[in-house]
Ligand binder design. Structure first.
Ligand code: SF4
Length: 138
């Protein structure tokens, strides 16, 4: 079988065959291609990238990624699970949104900041700044 090595931008097209208990790899530009092919045949993993809905943010979604790869076989179900969640703005880049996800117990991090759409303001008669938000108070 053929596999594209995903380790570096060279994207070598690996030719991979099982030979008994071993794996034979050719067309690899370096030894990391062999490691990739063996891992891909036996226990493939991918970094999870997706988005999570944001409540009261300047954007309706925040991009996220896992801190470590997840099992490739559970990638879709984990993304579907993230689709059910909502994060509260403000969110900072690198903020941990979720921990212990999936079999690998990965951490899900925001990859960008999302500011609050309506910053919290304490309203008092002495604080007219609240009027600048059309009377909406959060
Ligand atoms: S085999 Fe080596 S050179 Fe080729 S894509 Fe993989 S890491 Fe890069």
């Amino acid at each position: 079988m053929n596999l594209v090595c995903l380790v570096c931008p060279n994207s070598c097209l690996l030719s991979v065959e099982r030979e008994g208990g071993a794996v034979r790899v050719v067309n690899n530009g370096c030894s990391r291609g062999v490691e990739f092919a063996v891992k891909e045949l036996n226990d493939p993993e991918r970094t999870l990238t997706s988005t999570v809905k944001v409540l009261n943010g300047e954007f309706p979604l925040v991009s996220v990624r896992s801190d470590r790869p997840v099992k490739k076989g559970e990638l879709i179900s984990l993304i579907q699970y993230l689709d059910t969640l909502t994060a509260q703005a403000p969110i900072s880049a690198g903020q941990v949104l979720l921990s212990g996800l999936g079999l690998n117990k990965v951490t899900v991090l925001a990859t960008r900041a999302v500011a609050e759409m309506y910053p919290s303001i304490l309203t008092t008669p002495e604080n007219p700044a609240s009027r600048s938000f059309g009377g909406k108070i959060y």
